[in-house]
Design a protein around this ligand. Sequence first.
Ligand SMILES: CC(C)(COP(=O)(O)OP(=O)(O)OC[C@H]1O[C@@H](n2cnc3c(N)ncnc32)[C@H](O)[C@@H]1OP(=O)(O)O)[C@@H](O)C(=O)NCCC(=O)NCCS
Length: 302
Amino acid sequence: MTTTSQDVRAPLIRPMREDDLPAVALIRRDGFLDLDQRVLPRSAPDPLAPSEEASLGWQERTGFTLRHDPGGCWVAEVAGELVGFATSSVRELTWMLHTYVVLPVVQGHGVGKALLDAALAHGQGCLRGMLSASLDPRAVRRYRLAGFSLHPQMTFEGPLDRALLPVVDKVREGSAADVDLMNSIDRQRRGSAHGVDHEWLLGHARLVVSDTGTGAGYAYVSPQGGAQLLAATNRRTAARLLWECLAATPPGGSVSQQHLTAANEWAIDVGMAARLSLRPDGYLALRGMKPPMPYVHHGVFG
Ligand SMILES: CC(C)(COP(=O)(O)OP(=O)(O)OC[C@H]1O[C@@H](n2cnc3c(N)ncnc32)[C@H](O)[C@@H]1OP(=O)(O)O)[C@@H](O)C(=O)NCCC(=O)NCCS
């Protein structure tokens, strides 16, 4: 990119279009690769750019957000070139930030603030805000200055020893028929339903549900094992579902369970019982709400 820093201080912020998706996917690739190189611990494997398949999957999901929340999706242009973007959604009275990236050479000159302000305007009138923040000090500064509280997130990872898995009962496969139940649990746990997000999630992940006389909950299972999103009315049901998600780890595989907060010690206890390794991993940034529990938030849909 050949723009001067003076150009960068006056970006054009405009609504994202469907035909921007391939270009914003490249910005995401470059922004997160640069971030990983800056912040990952030395013990971590060398960061890699997402595969072509992963990039197309991300574009498909971002297209879904764009169709449902066109007012939450913005790009920044400098001298006719795309240099950054932010995507966000509103579900009931909660605003959620999905993806937010500025090209590394342009970072630190105010483009990010202009994009975040545009995305936040989509949530005007919302009572709550929620996002899963990276370790980037620039991002974290932006979120705190926008009034978000920063709750440390943790990740469990390591090879899964199947001998440690308990027998899990009272869990069944879920389907679209469970959407009302899931929306009701979400309203109790985080103040708003996922609504249309279930359309996307049901089409892209296995759903497991536990619904007994004493508690109810659900989880979307990651193909690599672990929960992409989990909500329950009590800890016992949540722990049962998390074990079911860990058991889905392919044989001989390692699991990475992200998005755990200190409010969810039931999940920390499951990971400890599975002898996985716990490490800090960014923040759950919240406005107008406390960390939901028992709950494992989705990295994009909250
Ligand atoms: C987060 C991101 C989108 C922000 O975009 P940006 O254009 O850099 O944002 P801005 O320049 O508006 O704001 C960055 C702030 O951090 C400050 N900053 C710059 N370098 C910094 C550093 N090393 N440590 C702390 N703060 C820093 C800037 O001065 C600015 O604060 P100010 O406006 O009060 O002066 C961008 O940095 C990025 O793409 N990061 C990598 C991907 C990422 O982590 N995305 C967020 C996912 S949750």
